[in-house]
Design a protein around this ligand. Structure first.
Ligand code: SDX
Length: 374
């Protein structure tokens, strides 16, 4: 391949952003200048969602208004709920949530309006409604009654309530909240770039988020948190972990939840998520997943110098919280909607059609033969 082709846009800077950066001096992911680990300890997810969408942390009044708007929009139409009930039980929940956001576009009265104010209103509507769609399918596919959202619960509490009909302990809710904070935004990753590319043709936010969900589903991106759990289930016992991971490396397998295009010395979100994974494991009196986690991680770092990414600790954390494995990436979606929306609005504010070039390597010029001559 020619040197001037940058496969996977490796190392190419395609635009500017004010939403997030991995700051080299502190070696950390920052949202609007704030280190994620700092946000995790001092803020709840709603405050961080506001920050990602608006550029500043909210004061009390701003947070109150934002939370009120998010809670008022916690409703899905009868039609969408009925469609979700009819969806095949074996369908992947990522396909269901992608379809649900697409359906929301058909009902939203401002779908075509790409003005900044309408886009912010639509972003909040999608943010409020998507967890309802995910929780509805979580229950419907098990033949359980769908639980309506409650407006007196926090974003995370409400998601637990809609899935399980109850809210776990404060520590558990905090661990979930932290995972949402860490998943909210990560600059020009593949799903965000997809959303920006769709936006660049002046298409709408529902379409851009629908496309982003499709992109997030892949196992090289958000789908990795599900694959991590499949791997841990295959390993089965801590005693088998060392042999399993060494064999996988011998076979040159790709180990899910490890490696990253941007981070080469470790994902700055991992230490925080690892801390909360270990808290959840201790609440649930789990030792098995914690041990498998450490063994696989240590071998990967020692033998390959490849570090875990954020999907490695979130996988077993969500499992211990009681979520089905194929709902892990949809949980990523409910958080990343904030980052995608911020980027979609940023793209609209200084748009240039995204249209790269390609180097042609096909057949040289030839004449068309008529059908009876071929
Ligand atoms: C997310 O971009 C973002 O910001 C994404 C994200 C976000 O918040 O939006 O952080 C979320 O998507 C996290 C990543 C989740 N994906 C996985 O966990 C899947 C497993 N990881 C990989 O396949 C890989 O590391 C990628 C896809 C994440 C990154 O791929 P790159 O940058 O294209 O690097 P590469 O695949 O070319 O790997 C470089 C080398 C190769 O070895 P050599 O050919 O040079 O000898 O590192 C090896 C790879 O084989 N390698 C791995 C590995 N990751 C890299 N080897 C085994 N297992 C791995 N996981």
């Amino acid at each position: 391949m020619s040197d001037d082709v940058k496969k996977g846009l490796l190392g190419i800077v395609v635009d500017e952003t004010t939403v997030s950066q991995v700051m080299p001096d502190i070696n950390s992911l920052t949202y609007r200048g704030y280190a994620v680990q700092d946000l995790c300890e001092k803020c709840n997810f709603e405050e961080v969602a506001y920050l990602v969408l608006n550029g500043e942390l909210p004061n009390k009044k701003q947070l109150k208004n934002f939370v009120k708007e998010e809670r008022l929009n916690r409703k899905l139409s009868k039609e969408i709920l009925s469609d979700i009930r009819k969806m095949p039980r074996k369908a992947h929940p990522m396909d269901v949530v992608r379809t649900a956001v697409s359906l929301m576009a058909l009902e939203d009265k401002e779908t075509k309006d790409n003005s900044p104010k309408a886009n912010m209103r639509k972003a909040i509507r999608i943010f409020s409604k998507t967890p309802i769609a995910i929780a509805a399918f979580f229950r419907a596919r098990k033949g359980k009654k769908i639980i309506s959202p409650k407006r007196n619960l926090s974003f995370s509490e409400n998601f637990f309530y809609m899935c399980f009909g109850k809210i776990p302990t404060k520590e558990m809710v905090k661990a979930f909240d932290v995972s949402l904070i860490l998943y909210a935004e990560h600059s020009f990753n593949v799903s965000t770039f997809t959303a920006r590319t769709i936006t660049s043709s002046l298409s709408d936010i529902h379409g851009a988020i629908t496309g982003a969900i499709a992109s997030l589903k892949g196992p090289l991106h958000g789908g990795a948190n599900e694959e991590v759990m499949h791997m841990m289930n295959k390993i089965k016992k801590p005693e088998k972990a060392f042999k399993w991971i060494n064999k996988a490396l011998q076979n040159k397998d790709v180990i899910m939840g490890f490696g990253h295009r941007v981070y080469k010395k470790g994902d700055s979100r991992v230490p925080t998520m690892e801390k909360y994974f270990k808290k959840v494991a201790s609440i649930k009196k789990d030792k098995k997943f914690m041990k498998i986690y450490d063994i696989v991680k240590n071998v990967m770092i020692e033998k390959k110098n490849i570090h875990p990414n954020v999907d490695y600790p979130t996988g077993p954390t969500y499992h211990l919280m009681g979520f089905d494995t194929d709902f892990f990436t949809p949980i990523f979606v409910i958080s990343r909607i904030t980052g995608w929306s911020a980027h979609i609005m940023e793209q609209h504010s200084a748009n240039k059609l995204i249209r790269p070039l390609s180097k042609y390597s096909g057949a040289s010029h030839r004449k068309v033969m008529l059908l009876n001559q071929r």
